[in-house]
Design a protein around this ligand. Sequence first.
Ligand SMILES: Cc1ncc(COP(=O)(O)O)c(C=O)c1O
Length: 476
Amino acid sequence: MERLYKKLERYGQSDFYPFHMPGHKRNLASSAGKFPFERDITEISGFDNLHHAEGILKEAQENAAQLYGTRRCFFSVNGSTAALLSAISACVSKGGSILVARNCHKAVYHALYLRELQPVYIYPHEDSRLGINGGISPSCVERYLEEHPEVEAVLITSPTYDGIVSNVEKIAEIAHRHEVPLIVDEAHGAHFRFSEYFPVSAADLGADIVIQSFHKTLPSMTQTAVLHVCSDRVDVEKVKQFMAIYQTSSPSYILMASIDACVDKMQKDGQQMFREFTFQLEKARQRLSQCQKIQLVQPGMLDSTDVFDYDRSKLLFSTVGTSMNGHELHARLRDEFHIEMEMEAENYVLGIAAVGDTEEGFERLCSAIEKIDAETETETDAGQERISYAKMKQVLSIAQAMDAQQRRFPLEESIGKISGEFAYLYPPGIPILVPGEQISGHLVRNVRRYMEQGLEVQGLSDSTCETICVAARKEE
Ligand SMILES: Cc1ncc(COP(=O)(O)O)c(C=O)c1O
């Protein structure tokens, strides 16, 4: 069988002359920098069309579905973002209702806005010691579905950015009993399939649509992701239609070939690669767990009954009980050791380990953490107030609030008013405030504390976060 990435490589070396797009004409000398122009083509003969796949791209997507044991697989060159927009649009009618975990990525909220949906939010349990979101409670899903018969689909994020996995099997069973599909944002779990060291993928646990960012945890180019259809509860034609709406009409062959090459590599060498990777990862985890003050979070440490499983490729270092905060640990790793981590938060720093890691990489991280740990003081944090997520009251829908007339207020004066904007910490990009929600004192205090700690609060049109746009209600 012909592989897309191989055919593209061969084409790049052939004598075909392009009187077609792109404008660089596969001529490396036409650009200032170095880019893989020789393989950057458009929909020329023999290379199929992503939005009407009948040839090599159809086969490439079938291969990916086969690798994951799913019914259909759609490539996304616009990340899990386009896949989430499409999944939600395909499963919920315009203006309809959806049960969503409140700790979802902003892409989910953008779908709610675009399709004018009515969300029913389900808040995850919060681990108050570490300050991270836990899992989604199946019994809450059950209760909300009973209370809201209008809901047309359930959407949860599992694993979360921090590696928390919910009980997908149970949630799927509950959703199906209520005759609605379950969409799982598994953007951070594309690697689950390849080793028993990791949790079981939602695709094997009854979810109807599973979305995975290849680029996050597999050797694939940034922007690459897939949407798996896993059951006949999903209208495949609708998914296809929306994937074509939310993605460019000129998908990059370099990105699509990267997904194909990743699938090929995993099919051929995945088992061996993941055996070596998980061996190195576990060795590093064992070593890091010996640190006296900085704590590597282990599955058993999480204080929530709704944490069903934990993804050990997430290296989450807690600074609770030390003289440092997450921001300081993050800065030391970057400035002194040239180790760039994925994310910092108030009480922890998160690193992502993946199959592309090397033994040397793990060694550098372990030595750096050990050195910092030896130099760090213990500090009792008794009485120290942790940031707890503010539970928000939704007054208007996202679309009503975003499309209403906006008025700007100083942050402190906005308390009690309805937000016209999103605010989120980036990463992870989970909104702490959604348009249509009533701004509370708790939320404003949290924003101030995040800013004091040097964390990045994004989303507000005033990047200094001193003012916020509120949705003017008719009487205002
Ligand atoms: C949980 C989650 N879902 C979806 C996304 C969006 O993924 P992508 O960047 O592939 O569009 C992200 C990105 O960070 C994420 O963390």
